[in-house]
Ligand binder design. Sequence first.
Ligand code: ADP
Ligand code: MG
Length: 676
Amino acid sequence: MATNSLSSLNGIGEQRAKAFEKLSVFSVDDLLRHFPRTYIDWTTPKPIVDAENGEICVFKAKICEPFAEKRASSGILVSKTRIYDGTAYAVLTFFNQPYLKQQLKPGTTWLFRGKVNISFFGCELTSPQINKENDAGILPVYPLTSGITNTIIQRAVRSAFSKRGDEQNDPLPADIRQRFSLAHRRWAFEQMHFPKSFDTLDIARRRFIFEELLLLSLGIFHLKGRRTSLTTNIICRSDPRDFISSLPFSLTGAQLRAINDISADMGKNSPMNRLVQGDVGCGKTVVAAAAVYIAVKSGFQAAMMAPTEILATQHFQSLSPMLSSLGIRCALLTGSMKAAEKSSVCKFLSQGEIDFIIGTHAIIQEKVTFANLGLVVADEQHRFGVRQRAGLSAKGENPHTLIMSATPIPRTLALMVYGDLDVSVINELPPGRQKVDTFLIDDTKRQRAYGFIAKNVLEGRQAYIVCPLIEVNEEDDGLKAVEAFTNELKTKIFPDFTVEFLHGKQKPAVKDKIMRDFADGKTQILVSTTVIEVGVNVVNASVMVIENAERFGLSQLHQLRGRVGRGSAKSYCLLMSNTKSKESLARLRVMCSTNDGFAIAEQDLSLRGPGDFFGDRQHGLPALRVANFASDMAVLTQAQAAASDILSRDPELSMYEHRGLRDMIANMFEYNGIFN
Ligand code: ADP
Ligand code: MG
C-alpha cells in the first residue's frame, strides 16, 4: 500500500523515514498512532498579575516599547522590552535574536510562553516562545528521537490528514460506536493531534482507550475459547475424598471450592489451565496436593515446579509424607543433588516408577522425560515465565496445568494479567489464624523495636529482618544492607542471639543451609533481602521487621508480612521508615490498617498503577499504548462487555464489519494466526 508509506507525506524522504523507525513509526498508520505525550495550551493566557514565580505561563500582551539592545562582555547580544496585558507589566529578555525587533513592534499584541521569574524588578520572561495572537491552539508535544523534531512530526501528521481526507473506514463497527458513545476514528485522530479543546481531546482519547481495551479483550477471550476447544487424552475422574479425609485438619470452604473446580476441570477432555489465587497462608499447597492425588489415582504422573530449591525442598518435605501414606511415590529433583542421584530419579520417572516429582524449573526443563505426565503444578507463578510453563507442558500431551499464586490481583485485572486462565480464589484463611499486627515506626523508636525483637526471641520465637540491599552502596546512603547490618546486629545489638544472613548472591547450597538452620530453629534472627518473600514457611517466626519499608511496593510488603503469623503465636510486622513523603506514608498506613491481600492490591493499583502486577510482562500479553489499567477501569468493563457481545455473534470475526478489528488484533498480539 503505497499510500500508507511514510515517504508519501510532505517533507519526508528516505532518510527521515529511517529516523522515524526509531520511534517505531513505519507507516502513516503508525504515525497517526504516535500520539503526543502532552500538549501546550496557548488558548488560556494568564493575567500577568496572577503569575507565580517559577510557573510556566502563557501571557497575551502588547509590546510597550522598542527593544533595548546591549552587547554583554561575552559578546552576546541581550535585548529587552516590556509587555503589558492590562493587569501588569512584564520584562522580556532575549539573547542573540536581533531580528525579533522587526516583528515585535510596539503596539502589537502576541502570545508569550515561558517560565516566570519574579524578583524585586518585577515579572520577567527569558527567551519565551512566541505565537501570533490568532494562531493560538492546543499544540501537541511528541516523543522525539534524533533527526525528528516536534515540527517535523506536526507537519507530517497534517500532511497525512490532508491526504486521507476521504477515508471513511473505522474498524470499530458503527453499532458499537453508537452504543458506547465513541467518536469516529477520523475525527478522534484529528483531536488527538490537534485538539480543539481539552474536552474534545478527552472524547478522542476515550475512543482510543476503548478501542485498545476492546482489541485486548477480544484477543484474550478468543484465546481462551480456543484453549477450551483443545483436546487431551488425560482424563482424571478419580475422587479426592479419601485424600481430604486423610488430612489432619478440615479444609476451609474456599479450599473445597477450589478442589471442586480442579476436579471438574481435570475430568474434562480439554486441558485444565487454572490459577488458584489466595493470600499467603490460605493453604494452597494442600489444594495442589489434592490435584496431584486426583491425577495419580487416575493413572498419570504429576510434576510440581517451584521457583527456588528451598521451596522445592520444603514442598517435598510437607507433601511427601502426606501423599506417600496414600500410596503415591514422590521424589525430589534439584540442581544440588549428586549426578548419580539425579540420573536415577530421571530413570525412575521415565519408567513410570515415580508418580510425583517436585523440583525447580531449571531441572524439570532439562532432559527429564515422563512416562505419562498428566498434571503440572507451578507454584508462585509470578516467578515463572509463560515460556517455562509451556516447556513443561510440552512434555506431556496437553497435560492439565495448575498455577498457584499468592499475589492477590484486583478482580478486573485478573483477566488481563492471567490472560487465558480460569481462576479460583481462596478468600478465606484456616480457622484460628490471628491477624499480624503491623506498626509503622521511624528511627526514633529503633531501640524499642530491638527490645521488642529480643523479648520475642527470649520467649522462644524467631524474627526476620528484611533489608533492601545486599551490600552497602554509597549512592543509596541510608538504606540498610544485609551483610553490614547483620554484623552490626551480631556485635552490638544481639550478641547473645544467633543472627544469620541470606541473599540472592549466595551459592544455592549456602542459602539452603541458612534457610534450613532457620527453619530448624538454630538461627534466631534471619537478616535477608526479599529472597524470603516467596513461599517459605517457618511456623515459629513471629516478628517481621522491614527496613526502609518505603522502598517496597504494597503487594511486596504484604508478601513479606505473610512469612509470619503462620503458627499459633501472635505475630507482628514492624515497618521501619524515615520517609517524609505523604504518598509513601499513606501507602504504609494501608498495611497497618488491613491484612486483606485483595484490599491491599486494590490500593496498590490505585496508588501506584498496574506496574507491579504486570511486572516484567511475563504474562505475555501485548503492551498497552493509550489505556491505563489504574485509571481506565470503567472503560475496561465496557470494552469487555462489547467483546463478549461481538464474539457471541461472530466467534471467528469473519463478518465483513469485523474485518478491521481482526487485522488490528493480529497486529496487537503480533500473531497472525490468532483468528483463522
Ligand atoms: P500458602 O497458601 O501460603 O501456600 P500453605 O499451603 O503453605 O499456604 O499453608 C500454610 C499452613 O496452613 C500450612 O502449615 C498448612 O498445613 C496449613 N493449613 C492449610 N490448610 C489448612 C486448614 N484448612 N486448616 C488448618 N491448617 C491448614
Ligand atoms: Mg505456598
